[in-house]
Design a protein around this ligand. Structure first.
Ligand SMILES: Nc1ncnc2c1ncn2[C@@H]1O[C@H](COP(=O)(O)OP(=O)(O)OP(=O)(O)O)[C@@H](O)[C@H]1O
Ligand SMILES: [Mg+2]
Length: 262
């Protein structure tokens, strides 16, 4: 069984890529196999935070230069990366056929994947909605600012109305305290559920952390460089809650046809 998790946000720069990378490492450190798919096409940067340089990207697969398997780079701690390609303008506007090609390339991989983590670009672009709706769990990263709330609301509304996603996991990032983060989530959920037919599940918070800044600067994920830091503990806690997010039954096209759709 492979659980697919999309990491999304309304507003940019709220910490999606950090979260995707850190959750991948946290889950990988429990002995699981993780595929980290960088769906921020053309502007991919998960590999930067991992301190590695993939020689291939999804562009090579789409250009038929290699198989999906060969476009994946094995990192460590059970984590492998499918890069979205950097500086590749043609990847910015993938058409639907190419999105389906990527989805089926990943679905048909002949390797063990316990968790597929998809790092999406900010906002509700068609490509994000496509890969989010193909994931079992759609996680929305929020920071405690009105603009982040508004944009997250817009993303949830678009994903719900355009692709029928009903369940969302919410991660509060750069938080000051556990109590404040939970209160912010509850405030946000109250508004979202008043106006939209959606369910929001709290996955927990990541504190604002100098260790995370340091991890980015040194290109070493915090869970590897500072495994005992508060930030690493928070990622481990969030990962445990996140993977337990309820998954509704659906007939929609998913990365892996083994959860929810039966
Ligand atoms: N919990 C945190 N504490 C401190 N800094 C953080 C935290 N999370 C993220 N950051 C910082 O915020 C910045 C943006 O992070 P990141 O690139 O992960 O955001 P993003 O949502 O993926 O951005 P984009 O929308 O451009 O893809 C980085 O400089 C990172 O170091
Ligand atoms: Mg990012």
């Amino acid at each position: 069984m492979t659980l697919s998790i999309a990491i999304t946000s309304g507003k940019g720069g709220v910490g999606k890529t950090n979260t995707a990378v850190s959750l991948a490492v946290a889950l990988g450190q429990t002995g699981k196999d993780i595929l980290l798919f960088d769906a921020d096409f053309g502007l991919a940067n998960t590999h930067v935070l991992l301190g590695t340089k993939p020689s291939k990207s999804v562009a090579d697969f789409l250009d038929k230069k290699c198989s999906m398997e060969d476009s994946i780079t094995n990192f460590k701690d059970g984590v492998s990366i499918l890069s979205g390609g950097s500086g590749l303008i043609e990847l910015l506007n993938l058409d639907n056929q190419r999105r389906h090609q990527i989805l089926s390339g990943i679905s048909n991989l002949d390797r063990n994947i316990d968790y597929l983590i998809v790092d999406c670009p900010a906002g509700a672009a068609d490509s994000t909605l496509f890969f989010a709706s193909a994931s079992d769990i759609v996680a929305v990263v929020l920071i405690e600012e009105p603009t982040s709330f508004l944009d997250a609301y817009a993303l949830i509304k678009a994903a719900n109305l355009e692709t029928g996603v009903k369940n969302f996991a919410v991660i509060v990032n750069m938080a000051d305290s556990k109590a404040m983060a939970k209160r912010s989530f509850e405030k946000f959920r109250e508004i979202a559920m008043r106006f939209l037919d959606v369910n929001l599940h709290y996955s927990g918070m990541i504190p604002y952390s100098k260790n995370i800044k340091h991890a980015v600067a040194t290109r070493t994920p915090v869970a590897i460089g500072q495994p005992n830091s508060t930030a690493s503990t928070a990622f481990r806690e969030v990962s445990k809650t996140l993977i337990k997010t309820p998954i509704p039954k659906t007939d929609k096209l998913k990365f892996f046809d083994n959860v929810g759709g039966k």
